[in-house]
Design a binder for this molecule. Sequence first.
Ligand code: SDX
Length: 435
Amino acid sequence: MAKDTVTIRNNTNGKEADFSLLRGTAGTPAVDIGSLHKELGAFTFDPGFMSTASCKSAITYIDGENGILLYRGYPIEQLAKNSTFLEVAYLLMNGELPSEVELSSFKGEIRQHSMIHEALRVFFNGFHYDAHPMSMMVGVMGSLSAFYHSELNMNDPEHRRISAMRMLAKVPTIAAASHRHSVGWPFIYPRLDLGYCENFMNMMFSLPGQQYIDENNYIDPIAVKALNLLFILHADHEQNASTSTVRLASSTGANPYACMAAGIAALWGPAHGGANEAVLSMLAEIGTVDRIPLYIEKAKDKNDPFRLMGFGHRVYKNFDPRATITRDTCYEVLEKFPSDDPLFELALALEEFALKDEYFIEKKLYPNVDFYSGIIYKALKIPEDMFTVMFVIARTAGWVSHWLEMMAEPGQRIGRPRQIYTGYDTRNYVDLTDR
Ligand code: SDX
């Protein structure tokens, strides 16, 4: 029996086999069960993928017990402190931090592709004015499949690279346009003289009669720093639901823009990226600190569907390092952009209360990345219905990185899980008159 193997015996048919135990650079080893059905005549059953590794990846690593998050080996705390979103996007996509020349060229190419086809402006008109911006994001990102026909040979690494750059470059433009359509404002074109975050804020808030960024291209550095930070923190997170969706869609060889649209759709759910918007609604419903105990009890009540939004995580069972960094940033942003809305104080009180409660301690429920991010977005005047759209902008860097990684891997196979069938056994058709 070799050392790095696991022996599994099927006692119903006496079959037994050894399976390799695969180890990565760090983290939990995985049993390679690809031949299990052939060897033992059985499938594994793991709804929700509680114990299933779906792929090998070198992009991001999470140690949930110790609150560690690494992008290509670099601790999130160091990237949050020293880097910018586009530099982190380059790192995730290419595996190494860029040189000055590489970063400058990367930024230039992103600016070059930041515009969207004029025909897409008409596409937005198909959405009712009060459509949720996320519905426009899903639709418009997917519709990019209708363009760029000449560069969609997925076997060509350069076509894959340029597709990834286009999606990263255009997602802020599409996001800002989604907001502008929902408030009935004219679209603002991206500018070639502005950075990624500055361009986004300008496309979101400039008005024909009132420029958001003054003639000296000034935008408050605290706002730009906070946006860069939030985009860095949300850029990637291993095989979360939306990234896994992008990988599964991509395994069929589907158009990359359609695959990203699938990722956006998955992220929208309140259990995933939709939680940041849900946190603000929850805090508004709680309203005051004295009502916190009532909502903590609701969150603990199995008969009550209410959950503490922004709390809990499948992987982090100690603390989410991104929540800690975001909470600390709230102080700096709210000092610069004070708000009479007691949201932050309420959130701090809710965290303090929950972390002392036996239920949350026993179930290891801590604030996740979505708990404090909305407080910063609100201070930057980002509307609540745009919070998950902000998550889309950042996570596009992670999605395209995983897409590039899996498309470059030889021998990719279509993802096709099996099931346990619980329906009827074979039965004969019954004519209508006999039913
Ligand atoms: C993100 O996967 C990622 O990496 C995601 C993400 C990323 O960057 O991509 O980190 C981004 O999606 C963060 C999570 C945002 N979602 C929320 O904040 C929504 C609220 N949280 C929960 O719905 C839940 O905690 C999840 C979805 C985040 C995790 O779900 P799991 O891992 O399936 O855990 P579970 O639902 O099995 O909960 C375990 C127990 C349950 O109780 P029991 O059935 O064991 O009695 O904890 C309870 C749950 O009822 N529980 C909660 C709770 N979260 C879990 N109880 C009250 N409030 C909560 N928030």
